[in-house]
Design a protein around this ligand. Structure first.
Ligand SMILES: Cc1cc2nc3c(=O)[nH]c(=O)nc-3n(C[C@H](O)[C@H](O)[C@H](O)COP(=O)(O)OP(=O)(O)OC[C@H]3O[C@@H](n4cnc5c(N)ncnc54)[C@H](O)[C@@H]3O)c2cc1C
Length: 392
């Protein structure tokens, strides 16, 4: 079949690489580079990124790893050990150790919450924040997790989605870092698509998708169109209406930092529940030294955008960083904020959009993630659904 893919983000390239085994693929990308919000930008010898923090939520065992294998991609993902630690009162704790910080009553409440989450015993319409708010530390920890992983406050995520996320976590475990960072993944997908005769057309902005007897991209005929741009934007440039709900974006701020000494000892996430704004940080050079010049570490912080006063949000993030790095030399390399058309996620986690609009128009990307799929894992879930529908 002749298949067009609009957008060369992770979702588009992943779908293209899998489908290129059997189909004729043409990918259109409006920018001069591919990978969207999942590729590297070099700055002063550091491999910063267009978006992601060089982390794959379920490492070598999750949906993205599975989809990469299906595509025939040779990407090495190093699983984080431990998954993460929580910085409380200047000391780091593993998740299980957090219970020891609570008094008897609160510990009982927290253990009950953990059990209820595992067995799904809660009102599915309740928010994660409401579920946790009886225990102050649990709410702070929950907020740092949702802020880091979903760019949302705990009050912004429904328990239905948290339950699905938890199930995936029990099944696959925590994050990992791909060697070469995000671009390591993108380069491999590009290699596969081109080696199988697929075409990637850069600096071409698609203006119109038409679905009729056939599918058309700016007048050119295809059997199917896969859209890797946001669902809202897809609807705007297409001749069919398919969205029946309000879609809100998840917004966030990332700060990239250089430091010779580094701040984190492990390859997982350092969650910071006591910070004013920063939800967590990672130090990817603990896994892949090539992501920074020799002798340096690359550290990336992430924070959900809480208010629309961006300057204030950034200032609060920088104050947190100043406190976290007390006594350690560091340099801010870059501050990036993600909102208004280039958000962290086109649809907040917990907003479910069907990938298969109809037999000729299909959606991939972070506007149409699978249930419980954190970030690129959710994108991979959507891609797997689409490629299984089409056949490869
Ligand atoms: C700060 C930040 C941190 C993050 N951290 C992580 C992380 O650590 N781990 C993780 O798993 N995820 C993370 N994410 C999320 C992840 O980066 C994104 O969800 C993912 O990269 C989005 O991929 P996508 O397939 O939706 O495509 P996009 O990245 O949205 O790519 C879409 C492409 O389509 C192109 N395009 C748009 N319109 C047109 C058009 N009309 N014609 C042609 N081309 C068009 C765009 O130029 C773009 O290249 C993070 C995101 C941000 C912003």
């Amino acid at each position: 079949m002749k298949i067009a893919i609009v957008g060369s983000g992770l979702g588009g390239l992943l779908a293209g690489a899998i489908l290129s085994r059997k189909h004729q693929i043409t990918i259109y990308e409006k920018l001069p580079f591919i990978g969207g919000r999942f590729t590297n930008i070099e700055m002063e010898g550091f491999q910063l990124t267009t978006g992601a923090l060089h982390m794959i939520p379920h490492g070598s065992r999750g949906y993205l790893a599975k989809a990469l294998k299906l595509a025939g991609a040779n990407v090495k993902i190093i699983d984080s050990k431990p998954d993460g630690t929580f910085l409380i009162g200047g000391k780091e704790y593993l998740y299980k150790e957090l219970f020891s910080l609570l008094g008897v009553r609160e510990k009982l409440k927290a253990l009950k919450m953990a059990t209820n989450l595992k067995i799904g015993n809660f009102d599915k319409d309740m928010s994660f924040g409401e579920f946790l708010e009886d225990v102050d530390l649990a709410l702070k920890v929950g907020n740092s997790f949702t802020g880091w992983a979903l760019s949302l406050s705990a009050y912004d995520v429904k328990m239905e989605e948290i339950y699905e996320i938890a199930k995936n976590y029990y099944k696959f475990g925590g994050p990992g870092v791909p060697i070469g960072g995000c671009k390591g993944v993108i380069d491999e997908l590009e290699r596969i698509i081109l080696s199988r005769g697929g075409k990637i057309i850069k600096e071409y902005e698609v203006k119109k998708i038409e679905i009729d007897e056939k599918a058309y991209v700016d007048g050119e005929e295809f059997d199917k169109v896969i859209s890797n741009i946001s669902p809202k934007e897809t609807e705007r440039i297409s001749n069919i209406k398919f969205l029946d709900k309000k879609i809100e974006e998840a917004k966030g701020i990332k700060i990239s930092i250089a430091s010779k000494r580094g701040l984190i000892k492990h390859s997982g996430v350092l969650f910071t529940p006591e910070c004013e704004r920063i939800n967590g940080l990672n130090q990817v050079t603990n896994v892949d030294k090539s992501l920074a010049p020799e002798g340096y570490h690359l550290i990336m912080t992430h924070q959900a955008q809480i208010t629309n006063n961006i300057k204030k949000e950034i200032d609060l993030g920088l104050e947190d960083i100043e406190n976290l790095f007390k006594g350690i030399d560091y340099k801010i390399l870059h501050i990036q904020s993600y909102r208004d058309g280039i958000p962290v996620n086109h649809a907040k986690s917990g907003i479910y959009i069907e990938n298969i609009v109809n037999d000729k128009l299909l959606l991939v990307g972070d506007g149409a993630k699978g249930k419980g799929g954190i970030e690129v894992e959710g994108i991979a879930m959507g891609v797997l659904k689409v490629v299984n529908h089409i056949g490869y």
